[in-house]
Design a binder for this molecule. Structure first.
Ligand SMILES: Nc1ncnc2c1ncn2[C@@H]1O[C@H](COP(=O)(O)OP(=O)(O)OP(=O)(O)O)[C@@H](O)[C@H]1O
Ligand SMILES: CC(C)(CO)[C@@H](O)C(=O)NCCC(=O)O
Length: 249
C-alpha cells in the first residue's frame, strides 16, 4: 500500500472492487486516491503503519489503519477488516435502494446526485460497466449492467481461436477504423461501451431532460474522452469519505 510519507492523514478509506482495491487518504476536502491489486496478489513488503494517535482507525495486519471501508459483495472474510468500520447500503441516504444493489453503485449514485442536486446517470466503467440512475428526488431509479472493457477483451481472447490478449491502458489513437487486430479490439470495445453510455443517457434525458451524466471507474478516462465528457475518478471514494469521515461515524 502506498501510504503517505508525510504526517499522518486525517483519514484513510478503502473500497474493495471486483478486481482491485481502491484507496483514498486525506481529509474529505482533499483526497489522494490510488488503486492496486488485492493484497493476496501482492503481499505488502513493509510492515503496516501504526494507527494515528487520535484513534481514527483500526490497526490491521494487511491494511494498516483505515477509517472506513466498503466492499462489492461479501467475499472479504479473510481480509481481517473490522466489520464495525464497514459502510453498507443502510449508510447511503438515497431513497428506493434495493437490498441487492452493489455498494459501489449506491456510492457513485449518491455522490453524483448530491453534487448535482438533480437527476443523474452514473456510468462506472470498472470490471463491469454499471449504469445507475438517480431521480431528482434522490431515489435510485434503475440502471443497466454490461461487461467492462478488460472483461470483454479477456472473453474475446479466451473464446476465439485467433484473437490475442491485449495490454490494458494501451493507446487509443482516435482512428475509428483501425486495420491491426489489437487496435480494432481496443477501439471496438471502448467505442461500443461509449455508445452504450451515450444511448442510455439519451434515454434517461427523455425521462427527465435535466439528467446529468457522470463518468467514473478504471476505463472512465477513455470513455470520457470518447464522449467529450469529464471523468470523475474519485466519485465512489469521495462518497465513502464524506459519509464516514471518522471511524464509526
Ligand atoms: N492497472 C490496471 N489494472 C486493472 N484494470 C485497469 C488498469 N488500468 C486501467 N484499467 C481498466 O480499468 C477497468 C477496471 O476498472 P476498476 O479498476 O475501476 O475495476 P474494479 O476494481 O473491479 O472496480 P469495480 O468494482 O468498480 O468494477 C478495466 O476494464 C481496465 O481496462
Ligand atoms: C454491478 C457490479 C458488479 C458493479 O461493480 C456490482 O455493483 C454488483 O455486484 N452489484 C450487485 C447487483 C446490482 O447492483 O444489481
Amino acid at each position: 500500500m502506498k501510504a503517505s510519507e508525510g504526517p499522518e492523514p486525517a483519514g484513510r478509506w478503502l473500497l474493495i472492487g471486483n478486481s482491485r482495491w481502491h484507496w483514498a487518504e486525506g481529509g474529505a476536502e482533499r483526497l489522494r486516491c490510488w488503486s492496486e491489486p488485492p493484497p493476496a496478489a501482492t503481499p505488502p513488503k513493509a510492515p503496516p503503519p501504526a494507527p494515528p494517535p487520535s484513534g481514527a482507525g483500526m490497526a490491521d495486519p494487511i491494511t494498516g489503519w483505515i477509517t472506513a471501508w466498503a466492499a462489492v459483495g461479501p467475499g472479504v472474510a479473510a481480509s481481517g477488516l473490522d466489520p464495525r468500520t464497514r459502510l453498507t447500503l443502510e449508510h447511503v441516504p438515497l431513497g428506493n435502494l434495493p437490498p441487492w444493489l452493489g455498494i459501489d453503485r449506491a456510492l457513485v449514485g449518491w455522490q453524483a446526485w448530491s453534487d448535482s442536486q438533480g437527476p443523474v446517470l452514473v456510468a462506472d466503467a470498472g470490471t463491469a460497466l454499471s449504469l445507475t440512475r438517480v431521480d431528482g428526488a434522490g431515489r435510485f431509479a434503475g440502471g443497466r449492467l454490461l461487461a467492462g472493457a478488460a472483461l470483454q477483451w479477456r472473453a474475446l481472447a479466451e473464446g476465439t481461436v485467433g484473437l490475442p490478449a491485449i495490454p490494458l491502458n494501451g493507446p487509443l489513437d482516435g482512428e475509428p477504423w483501425p486495420e491491426r487486430t489489437a487496435e480494432a479490439l481496443r477501439t471496438g470495445v471502448l467505442r461500443g461501451l461509449a455508445a452504450a453510455v451515450q444511448a442510455a443517457w439519451q434515454e434517461a434525458l427523455q425521462v427527465d431532460r435535466r439528467c446529468g451524466l457522470w463518468i467514473t471507474g478504471g476505463d472512465g478516462p477513455a470513455l470520457g474522452a470518447l464522449l467529450g465528457q469529464p471523468c470523475d475518478g474519485q466519485l465512489a471514494l469521495r462518497a465513502l469519505a464524506g459519509l464516514r469521515p471518522e471511524r464509526g461515524r
